[in-house]
Ligand binder design. Structure first.
Ligand code: ADP
Ligand code: MG
Length: 361
């Protein structure tokens, strides 16, 4: 799979820009705050359906403008796909090959990316929210219907929480039924996904870590069960049992929105005990596992987006990374690029200075 071109209009710092990518290695080169990450953010909007860093989508619209537009052209197993997105103050519109789509799930699942970002470290160090975000974003890009189920769950959760705050116990069981149904779908999908990815991540971590340490990655939930139906029943019971204390707190204390993805190295919690180097290795192992999973599932190489992480590695590790990712199209951002020749692969460099691009091949 490779991205041929992306157009950005009134998207963050860009009034209008288009980039035509090489199928090999693309370098977005420029000083801080010139808009390098913005380009990776724009690309990943088409894989994740949302921004990886904006809290609210309207933040993406260029200051002083009403709306923002993105368009991407890519090649998916020899087929050209043209996707467009219009981001407005309220909501967004999406099109695939000129045809408007109502649901994100009709739009996702076509462009696959793996994003390496300096913020990945937070996933290990900070709270469960970052880890759930990792699951939600990545599962959404290739598990059919996941994003719609998650959205339904979140909407029901908001409604239950507002009932709790109004102290209305009566209608609660109706919501609990629907919430446990939607929650079980999300929970079960996550559990299956983590099982597959965890095994691979453990194996790759062992190869990467010189001390042959053992990494365990587990989906942690208070909901008991092994099948979707069991999760539904057990979640319903949990919701009913926690109703009184949830009313006191004013929010729902059980369900997949409270679950976690835990990492242990030799039985010690990585969040507390892992060194910076071990954390980087966990992230690398996790992303490589994701890469292998996507290749197997889609029979195609995903596009690799490397945000400011490449230049921190020495030439040997850079080579290792590129070899491991087996010739996938790569787009990376950096403030410095001095080792073009050593890598021995064709490189296209985009010099970026305050929204202006110039290209060397
Ligand atoms: N909505 C917006 N409108 C205009 N400029 C924006 C908007 N959001 C962010 N920016 C600007 O974009 C720049 C940051 O871009 P970013 O892609 O993070 O830079 P880099 O990765 O090159 O360091 C900053 O100068 C910031 O002020
Ligand atoms: Mg950046």
């Amino acid at each position: 799979m490779n991205i041929e071109r992306i157009d950005l209009q009134n998207f963050r710092s860009y009034s209008y820009t288009n980039l035509t990518f090489s199928p090999n290695l693309n370098i977005l080169l420029g000083q801080n705050a010139v808009g390098k990450t913005t380009i990776l953010e724009a690309i990943s909007m088409f894989s994740y359906g949302r921004s990886v860093r904006a809290k609210q989508e309207k933040e993406l619209i260029q200051f002083g403008q009403e709306q923002s537009q993105l368009r991407i052209l890519f090649n998916q197993r020899g087929k050209h796909v043209d996707m467009a997105m219009k981001i407005m103050q309220k909501g967004k519109q999406i099109k695939v090959n000129g045809v408007p789509k109502k649901n994100l799930s009709e739009f996702l699942g076509q462009l696959h990316v793996i994003l390496f970002s300096p913020d990945d470290l937070y996933m290990i160090k900070l709270g469960p929210e970052e880890r759930r975000k990792f699951l939600n974003l990545n599962m959404g890009q290739f598990i059919n219907g996941f994003v719609d189920q998650l959205r339904r769950y979140n909407q029901l959760l908001l409604q239950r929480n507002s009932l709790l705050r109004m102290r209305q116990l009566g209608p609660l069981s109706v919501w609990d039924e629907q919430l446990s149904e939607a929650g079980a779908v999300v929970l079960y999908a996550r559990k299956l996904f983590v099982e597959i990815i965890a095994k691979r991540t453990t194996n790759i971590y062992e190869q990467l870590s010189s001390q042959s340490e053992c990494l365990q990655m587990t989906y942690k939930t208070s909901t008991k069960g092994a099948t979707e139906a069991e999760y539904r029943e057990s979640l319903y019971r949990q919701l009913q049992q926690s109703a009184t204390s949830d009313i006191e707190k004013g929010y729902t204390t059980v369900g997949p929105h409270r679950d976690d993805l835990t990492f242990h190295i030799d039985d010690r919690v990585a969040a507390r005990f892992a060194s910076q180097g071990q954390i980087r290795t966990i992230i690398l192992a996790l992303k490589f596992a994701l890469f292998d999973y996507i290749v197997e599932k889609t029979q195609e190489l995903p596009v690799i987006l490397l945000d400011d992480v490449f230049s921190e590695l020495d030439v040997l590790r850079q080579e290792h990374l590129l070899t491991r990712l087996q010739g996938a199209q790569t787009i990376l951002t950096t403030t410095y690029w001095g080792n073009k020749k050593e890598l021995g692969i064709p490189v296209k460099v985009f010099n970026i200075a305050h929204g202006i691009l110039s290209v060397e091949e």
